[in-house]
Design a protein around this ligand. Structure first.
Ligand SMILES: [Zn+2]
Length: 134
């Protein structure tokens, strides 16, 4: 195995994942053998080693596990969240700058795909009691 991390283009499942994101689709993998959801993208299920993985859209609903602010020189940096999706996987994402009131550890959030920048990213917004369906 060669050690060329960082310079290699994404391959396999990872490339598929980012390809979906760039076309506006947020899919993660679900194992067809044991039905567990998988993230980060892989070639084989980490639970049962099955290669039978399919791409599906998660609900995007989850609970904030941790949050931290990445401090920039001006003292204002983006919030980075780790969120436990209802599907049972933990993913990293950002917070929507215009809608992060009430965002705390343990808060219920919903995800949206943000393709406004150079890189696709997942943003989480707090769910509110009376929020109506999009
Ligand atoms: Zn499996």
């Amino acid at each position: 195995m060669s050690d060329q991390q960082g310079m290699m283009p994404a391959a396999g499942a990872e490339a598929t994942y980012f390809g979906f994101l760039r076309s506006g689709i947020w899919n993660i993998q679900q194992c067809q053998t044991c039905n567990r959801w998988i993230f980060y993208p892989r070639e084989y299920c980490p639970h049962c080693q099955s290669p039978e993985l399919r791409w599906r859209a998660p609900t995007g609903l989850g609970t904030v596990y941790s949050m931290s602010r990445v401090f920039a020189r001006d003292g204002k940096g983006p919030l980075v969240l780790l969120v436990d999706l209802d599907e049972g996987v933990r993913i990293m994402g950002g917070a929507a700058e215009d809608n992060n009131e009430g965002l705390t550890i343990g808060a219920r959030v919903s995800a949206r795909l943000d393709n406004s920048g150079e890189e696709s990213r997942i943003l989480f917004v707090p769910m509110r009691g009376a929020q109506h369906e999009a």
